[in-house]
Design a protein around this ligand. Structure first.
Ligand code: URA
Ligand code: SF4
Length: 204
């Protein structure tokens, strides 16, 4: 069974974890992606934000949330008074999964097995940082923390206590807004999701 577990050093700092994760071969995603995109931000952060997996630009730069979804996220965080630089940002899966269509690389959702394989990194990050609050973006992040029975549409926007943090909170993924915007018939849906996303972040 494939897992990152054997690559995770037990007593390492966040920087030690980052170095070890750069060599992870815990699942097959490391073969096609450019590099591991580990979490980024202060190791003393009181908020850890969890996304799904790096996108194209994150894969190239090695930093989470620097592409279009990241820009939207950073704007929305600032609009509710949260400094994006004060947050430790990471992902449920640390390598970019994609399919090629002509010259573009298109995001492909990670499987439950890949999320499970990568989870030791997320657990190690959370154990080091011990945040007061965790913000999960989207169903993949939320189920990495809460398990497969979590239903984002029903349980988003509320604080739940977990073994990882006293206040764990889930909302939509900013990519859901971008995806809905790209489907012109769904412009209304896009603004609805954006409103809910904004309202959730305000409540967080
Ligand atoms: N989407 C994510 O979930 N994470 C990133 O780092 C970028 C886009
Ligand atoms: Fe390791 Fe996670 Fe990358 Fe798979 S996705 S190789 S488990 S870091």
């Amino acid at each position: 069974i494939s897992s990152a577990q054997s690559f995770v050093p037990e007593h390492a700092s966040i920087e030690g974890l980052r170095l070890a994760a750069s060599k992870c071969q815990g699942c097959s995603l490391c073969r096609s992606a450019t590099q591991t995109v580990f979490g980024h931000g202060p190791a003393t952060a009181s908020v850890v934000l969890i996304g799904e997996q790096p996108g194209d630009q994150e894969d190239v730069t090695g930093k989470p949330f620097v592409g279009p979804a990241g820009q939207l996220l950073r704007e929305e965080l600032m609009s509710v008074g949260i400094d994006p630089e004060s947050v430790y940002m990471t992902n449920a899966v640390k390598h970019f999964k994609f399919t090629r269509s002509s010259k573009r690389r298109l995001h492909k959702k990670p499987s439950a097995r890949e999320v499970a394989a990568c989870r030791p990194w997320l657990e190690a990050e959370l154990k080091r940082i011990k945040p007061a609050q965790i913000l999960c973006l989207g169903a993949t992040a939320a189920s990495a923390i809460h398990g497969p029975n979590f239903r984002l549409t029903q349980q988003r926007g509320a604080f739940i206590s977990t073994r990882f943090a006293d206040q764990t909170f889930a909302t939509y993924h900013p990519s859901a807004i971008l995806r809905a915007e790209q489907t012109s018939a769904q412009n209304e849906t896009a603004s609805q999701i954006r409103d809910l996303f904004h309202r959730d972040l305000k409540a967080f």
